[in-house]
Write a protein that binds this ligand. Structure first.
Ligand code: SAH
Length: 219
């Protein structure tokens, strides 16, 4: 049985990570505070306990990764999360990003296409009672969650080959989507804002590298 402990050492390393994120240009205090409150090492295999607070991605099984802290902070900052925002996340993975959103007071609807990761999270998500505002779904993120929308915000945490039209449809007017788009090794981070006529305006930000967003569910 895994032992979960958030020691002074972990807390100290986490504070240092927050300083690193600040130095790299993250300025939204609500994002930094949420990340300072969440023990990232709980989301990783205990073998990574001591290095969980380095600013890097790690494997989480099934060929997937937990995003680098800087990437999580960057996407979350662009999303401009407010308390009680209804947020759709594509790519549950380790649940770390979803937990950051939940800690900021959002209602989080997160979709994972890998059955094994989904099942694992259902069984062993450590913070179930602390964050009842996270709802887990097994499905294809390209489809979104039409019966739960529309959403204030949508965040995609895998490399999208194109902007999924159904996810734009499921945004409220004025709602925003943060999505890394591109089919090569690197993707451009975009922020879309839904317009009253149903279209979306686009702002372009930095380049990142994500695992691919794939169609269909995986058993
Ligand atoms: N947000 C995660 C990062 C996970 S990596 C975290 O904080 O740890 C990206 C995840 O997206 C992987 O788990 C992958 O299986 C999932 N994914 C890829 N394509 C998807 C799709 N079409 N629908 C839902 N999830 C998808």
């Amino acid at each position: 049985m895994r032992k979960y402990e958030d020691s002074y050492q972990h807390k100290g390393l986490r504070k240092k990570l927050i300083d690193v994120l600040r130095e790299k240009g993250i300025t939204d205090e609500s994002v930094l505070e949420a990340m300072n409150n969440i023990p990232r090492h709980y989301f990783l295999d205990s073998a990574f306990d001591k290095i969980a607070y380095e600013d890097r991605a790690f494997p989480i099984g099934e060929g997937q990764t937990i995003s680098q802290p800087y990437t999580v902070a960057y996407q979350t900052q662009l999303l401009q999360v407010k308390r009680l925002d209804k947020v759709l996340e594509i790519g549950t993975g380790s649940v770390y990003q979803a937990t950051v959103l939940a800690e900021m007071g959002a209602w989080v609807y997160t979709i994972e296409r890998q059955k094994k990761l989904y099942d694992h999270q259902q069984k062993s998500y450590h913070f179930k009672s602390r964050y009842p505002n996270i709802k887990f779904f097994y499905g294809d993120g390209f489809e979104g969650l039409p019966t739960y929308g529309p959403f204030d915000k949508v965040i995609i945490t895998a490399a999208a080959p194109f902007i999924p039209p159904k996810l734009v449809q499921q945004l409220k007017t004025g709602g925003q989507m943060v999505i890394p788009v591109g089919e090569g090794d690197m993707q451009r981070m975009l922020r879309l804002t839904k317009q009253p006529d149903g279209s979306a305006t686009e702002e372009a930000f930095d380049m990142f590298s994500f695992v691919p967003m794939l169609t269909g569910r995986n058993k």
